[in-house]
Design a protein. Structure first.
Length: 239
């Protein structure tokens, strides 16, 4: 019994030590990095975000806007081949349109398969999502299915729900002087002819072991609306 307990403790310590070493060797923007950190970003509004590591392989994360009703909450579980994420949150768009999304997906580092062209660290991403909310529909448009609803300036909010999935890629390129180039793109499809896409590019600068800043630009478009923004962010890592 004592031998089994001792062996188990040794294995556990080895796993934690291995995870710590692997974590330290990862780039600060690596989506498979399990750390506790806090931060804030500013584009057209201020958002506060953070993550809390529960152990070497699990973490919770959240973000909230200080100026609108947008928010997000989720968690991650790290495996040898990648990380599994679940998220749910709310986004707002023009003319009162909004959506609430629930998703479960994964990031898989292609370096696991010895794929790292020209030093790029590429992560394949994909998953399942459920989306529901209100789409702003223009009454003069042939695509608007509703005509007998109260409208504002010729627009009505039409309830919508969809089940589908998404595929994409997230890529990092280490640069000189503690800089890292960041790119991402994803496409989603779902029931009721739902579709959408997201694309972004940016760069982060590692000030020291705990602190980093980043500049980014992103665009997204779906049946619920579109959004384009440029922003800046700051993150402090606690462990």
């Amino acid at each position: 019994m004592t031998r089994k307990l001792t062996t188990g403790l040794v294995v556990a310590i080895a796993l934690v030590s291995y995870s710590a070493v692997a974590k330290d060797n990862k780039l600060s923007e690596d989506p498979t990095k399990v750390v506790t950190q806090i931060g804030a970003t500013y584009s057209d509004e201020v958002k506060v975000s953070g993550s809390m590591s529960l152990d070497a392989v699990r973490k919770l994360n959240a973000s909230i806007s200080l100026e609108s009703e947008e928010w997000r909450f989720g968690g991650s579980w790290l495996f040898d081949i990648g990380i599994v994420n679940f998220n749910f949150g709310k986004q707002s768009f023009d003319r009162g349109a909004e959506k609430t999304s629930y998703s479960v997906g994964t990031f898989v580092p292609l370096s696991y398969f010895d794929i790292a062209p020209m030093g790029w660290q590429i992560f394949a991403m994909g998953g399942y999502s459920h989306t529901e909310g209100d789409i702003a529909c223009e009454l003069d448009s042939n695509s608007c299915p509703v005509i007998d609803m109260p409208s504002t300036d010729g627009w009505v909010l039409v309830p919508n729900a969809s089940n589908g999935g998404y595929l994409g890629a997230f890529a990092l390129k280490p640069l000189a002087g503690n800089w890292t180039l960041i790119t991402a793109a994803a496409y989603s499809m779902g029931s009721d002819d739902y579709s959408g896409y997201f694309a972004g590019i940016g760069a982060s600068y590692q000030i020291d072991k705990q602190q980093k800043v980043k500049l980014f630009g992103a665009t997204q478009n779906s049946d619920y609306g579109s959004d384009q923004n440029l922003g800046i962010g700051y993150t402090y890592q606690l462990n």
